[in-house]
Write a protein that binds this ligand. Structure first.
Ligand code: ATP
Length: 275
């Protein structure tokens, strides 16, 4: 990846196959991101105006970032990534400048995907009360209005799509949901048992597994684990095997069980219910 003053442009190597579960979601993203880029002529022929922004929301560690990268990669688009929290923390004016510069670069490199992580920090709900009675425009409001201006400007550009991710969808400003902005809102749920099984398969692809390892059974006893947790579980199982014997040839079921018992899931029922 090449770093240019805070904007990371990278050619993403992640593919749809690196994401377990979420079959329907992948299909929706494919149609929203890949189709307008790869089949621009078909969209033009039918007079369909492509979605300009997709908002991904759901609990942390459940592949929002990975989905954005996979979508960009599948569309063979350049990938630009920005963190809302980082923009928010910059000196006065710098966040807006970085936003504008990123859209500029994305236009030059089109087709492009611009990915905003922690989008709620860029687009906080504008509180209709107090806090700002002096009439000062807050950092968040300035960033938001810059983002809206840039997104409205995309009308004339083709092949640029903005994907935003948030763990706090309720904190997103309604202005972002207007037509032509984030018209597609997708929930990225925590993995169910089948999803967990697929994620475990993905993250053990490179591992040498003992014959007694039953990934289906592990999927069953990892309720409330996120994709990131499961990735961590596989790594930890490998580490347990190594700690036992540095010359170990395989990772066995007992290593997974020890790892499982030492780890807690990130999610709780009440976290999931918030979405
Ligand atoms: P955050 O909201 O914290 O930024 P996120 O939803 O964007 O999290 P990612 O950063 O995409 O999540 O995922 C974190 C890690 O977990 C990734 O490195 C990925 O390998 C793994 N992971 C998460 N979900 C899956 C999945 N469905 N399949 C495979 N790996 C996954």
């Amino acid at each position: 990846p090449s770093m240019t003053r805070g904007v990371t442009k990278e050619v993403s190597k992640v593919s749809w196959d690196d994401i377990g579960g979420l079959k329907d979601l992948k299909k929706k993203l494919q149609q929203a991101v890949e189709w307008p880029i790869k089949h621009a002529d078909a969209f033009a022929r039918l007079g369909i105006s492509p979605v300009r922004g997709v908002l991904l929301h759901g609990p942390p560690g459940c592949s929002k970032t990975t989905l954005a990268k996979a979508a960009a990669n599948a569309a063979q688009a350049s990938f630009f990534s920005l963190s809302g929290a980082e923009l928010y923390s910059k000196y006065v004016g710098e966040g807006e400048a970085l936003l504008r510069r990123t859209f500029q670069k994305a236009r030059l490199a089109a087709p492009s995907v611009i990915f905003f992580d922690e989008a709620d920090a860029i687009a906080p709900k504008r509180s209709g009360h107090a806090g700002n009675s002096s009439g000062n425009i807050t950092v968040g409001e300035r960033l938001l209005s810059t983002l809206l201006t840039e997104m409205d400007g995309l009308e004339l550009a083709t092949g640029i799509i903005v994907l935003a991710a948030t763990n706090r969808p309720h904190a997103i400003d309604a202005a972002l949901m207007r037509p032509g902005r984030f018209d597609l809102v997708l929930y990225v749920p925590p993995p169910d048992v089948e999803g967990r099984y697929e994620i475990l398969k993905i993250h053990t692809r490179q591992m040498k597994l003992g014959e007694d390892v039953d990934l289906r059974q592990i999927a069953q006893c990892t309720d409330l684990f996120t994709g990131a947790d499961l990735e961590g579980l596989c790594r930890e199982a490998g580490m347990v095997a190594l700690r036992e014997d540095l010359s170990a040839a395989s990772v066995y079921n007992r290593h997974f069980q020890t790892a499982r018992n030492s780890l807690r899931p990130s999610l709780t029922k009440s976290i999931i219910e918030e979405y």
